[in-house]
Design a binder for this molecule. Sequence first.
Ligand SMILES: *Cc1c(COP(=O)(O)O)cnc(C)c1O
Length: 212
Amino acid sequence: MVNLKNLLENIDEISNQEKVKLVAVSKNVTEKEVIELYNQGQIDFGENRVQELKRKQDILSSYPLKWHFIGTLQKNKINHMLTTKPVLWQSCSSLELAYEVDKRAKFSLNTLLQINTALEDTKSGVEPNLAIETYLQIKEECKNLNLQGIMCIGANSDDKIKVAKTFEDTYKIYQNLQKYGVKICSMGMSGDYEIAIKSGSNMIRLGSMLYR
Ligand SMILES: *Cc1c(COP(=O)(O)O)cnc(C)c1O
């Protein structure tokens, strides 16, 4: 298990003391690891499956944890996802999905627009060239979605320059949205978080490296 204090210091160093929020992704571990991280001070956790999010939430309901939903959302899971009331839905991946969730939400749901900056078929998210337009449309039309920013997953590549390019492109979109009040640029996972932070990320989602 990672030493959280050391990791957070390392993150501060990479970001030149800019605030970068850590979301601990617990999708491949049990509640035992979640509690270990909580005992080191971690509050924000992420899950990519509604079922598992609900399960951990229930088991750990006596802990003051904040849950993020970060996975691809199937239409038939929308109501279930909403019952978990995540602190942040990071993976709104299309205008259509935004409409569907907005229609059923009975509360204000903090949301990030997921952008497929890497342009990979296996990844969800809106095309980068439609990102701003889609963001503004959701902001205008989806009154139950409280859009807070954007999210992306880095290119699946060993080429660091290629990975950096996805993050830099995403950060440019984030900057262009600055005048519309964006706050969160969520990018960076275990294999690429240093590159993501150097490209301007202010929220990283770390899984595997925390539990080694
Ligand atoms: C699994 C996952 C992560 C964490 O990935 P690691 O490589 O384990 O750090 C981050 N974001 C999303 C959307 C994920 O599905």
